[in-house]
Write a new protein. Structure first.
Length: 285
């Protein structure tokens, strides 16, 4: 894997034309994959495909022992943008094209299939599909301001990106049900208590929190890279056995449920309330 290998995509959500994903080698054994659509890092199919491609490159390079998934800007990832125009309505994750979710989830399955350990550096918020991307990693390093949110029920929508199986695997069924049904935001301290966050990086006043979180993730990656690489991959494969297959099965179901619910008035209300920054008034129809 070459340094600064970058993907080609539709540009960032703000439309400034920067490369959506880059990769750098950090030390001898760590690949740093960075989402570059600040400030919110909305993703689309092109971005997730590029992440999956870079993961595949790492798997093919025996010198890469750990991947760190990071992002540039205020938030780790605020979810999906199928429209490619940066509009927040599309960025919430809605797509009128029937194959939109199917194409995205095909790439999500590839992300979950990676054989190299992944550490996610999660600053700001990981929400919706962004939470799904964070949970696809083996470890999540957070800071005091980090929040995790499965906001789907607040939008009148079903969860996606494999969260139906990946989230319970990480936090347990009851914590997952709490997050999915309430759609509430989970802060860093609470996330640490039930393993949604694995490390909480202390940040002094005035410090660059995203940089501190990234450094914490790189430190954990360096620790993992010191272990015997063949043993690490073997142990990880055992612990994650069947996960990618479960994600493949459940994303097919999630796509159907999302398509059904997108036709309801509750989804229209959920979108409107989100855009207007008010509490939704759902009618159940």
């Amino acid at each position: 894997m070459s340094e600064n290998q970058a993907g080609t995509g539709t540009g960032d959500a703000a439309g400034n034309g920067t490369e959506p994903v880059t990769v750098d080698r950090v030390g001898e054994h760590v690949a740093l994959v960075t989402l570059r659509r600040p400030p919110h890092n909305y993703f689309d199919v092109t971005m997730i495909r590029r992440v999956a491609d870079l993961y595949a490159d790492a798997d093919a390079d025996p010198s890469v022992r750990v991947i760190v998934l990071a992002s540039e800007g205020r938030n780790f990832c605020a979810g999906a943008n199928f429209g490619g125009d940066g509009n927040r309505t599309t960025a919430i994750g809605f797509d009128d094209a029937p194959d939109g979710a199917t194409a995205l989830y095909a790439e999500a399955i590839r992300v979950f299939s990676v054989g190299t350990p992944v550490v996610a550096a999660v600053q700001g918020i990981a929400i919706g599909g962004g939470l799904g991307l964070a949970v696809s990693a083996d470890f999540r390093v957070a800071g005091p301001s980090t929040r995790f949110c499965a906001n789907f029920s607040r939008l009148g929508l079903h969860q996606g990106f494999g969260l139906s199986v990946s989230l319970p695997r990480v936090v347990g069924q009851q914590h997952a049900l709490d997050m999915l049904l309430t759609g509430r935001r989970v802060g860093a301290e609470e996330a640490l208590r039930f393993a949604l966050a694995d490390r909480l990086v202390p940040v002094e006043g005035g410090a660059d929190e995203p940089a501190a979180i990234r450094d914490g993730a790189l430190a954990l990656a360096a620790e993992l890279a010191e272990a015997a690489p063949l043993a690490v991959r073997s142990i990880r494969a055992t612990q994650r056995a069947g996960l990618a297959e479960e994600v493949a099965r459940i994303t097919a179901h999630e796509a159907v449920e999302q398509a059904t619910l997108r036709a309801t008035a509750d989804v229209d209300e959920g979108i409107a309330a989100s855009l207007e920054r008010r509490a939704p008034r759902f009618a159940g129809r």
